[in-house]
Ligand binder design. Structure first.
Ligand code: OFO
Length: 175
């Protein structure tokens, strides 16, 4: 059994992951509208991943006898100034998610909640990877330059990154 404080904190995390899933889905639709196929697939896959992160918490809470609450999701933006601005928003959101995971971990440590501590380890690794991925995308966009003329090359790069992520996921699934 986990504490009420931890239950509430996990429910807040569910809400954050759900928001990320909707935000990235909206970004995918915007990219599609701009004709950016690579970015569309990338954001769509990220959206699916965030939903899985959310469901993982549902399952954990069920395992420990806590009540997971399906969150109300705040309206996400539908349009973005540029691909660079969009990825800056993604990076900022991932940093916010990481901070929230660290706060959950702090509660687990304070309460000697070893089970939740163990559960959260996966998220700590995942957030490090996600932040690293988004930072490297932003570095690439800055290198290529974010203008209508370079969008084609940015999209190609994101497409390659997405293919690599899919390959990685498939390998992890086989392992
Ligand atoms: Fe689940 O927040 Fe991104 O990865």
């Amino acid at each position: 059994m986990i504490s009420k404080k931890m239950t509430d904190a996990l429910n807040r995390q569910i809400s954050l992951e759900g928001y990320a899933s909707f935000l990235y889905l909206s970004m995918s639709a915007w990219c599609d509208d701009q004709g950016l196929e690579g970015c569309t697939s990338f954001m769509r896959r990220q959206s699916d991943e965030e939903r899985e992160h959310m469901l993982r918490i549902f399952e954990y809470m069920s395992d420990v006898g806590a009540h997971a609450l399906t969150p109300a999701i705040a309206q996400v933006p539908h349009t973005f100034e540029s691909s660079q601005k969009m990825f800056e928003m993604v990076y900022a959101h991932e940093q916010k998610v990481s901070k929230s995971i660290y706060e959950l971990m702090a509660i687990a440590k304070e309460e000697n909640d070893f089970t939740t501590d163990n559960f959260l380890q996966w998220y700590i690794t995942e957030q490090r990877e996600e932040e690293n991925l988004m930072r490297s995308i932003l570095d690439k966009i800055k290198l290529i330059g974010d203008s209508p003329m370079t969008l084609y090359y940015i999209d190609k790069e994101i497409n390659a990154i997405n293919a690599a992520e899919l390959k990685k996921e498939a390998a992890e699934g086989d392992a």
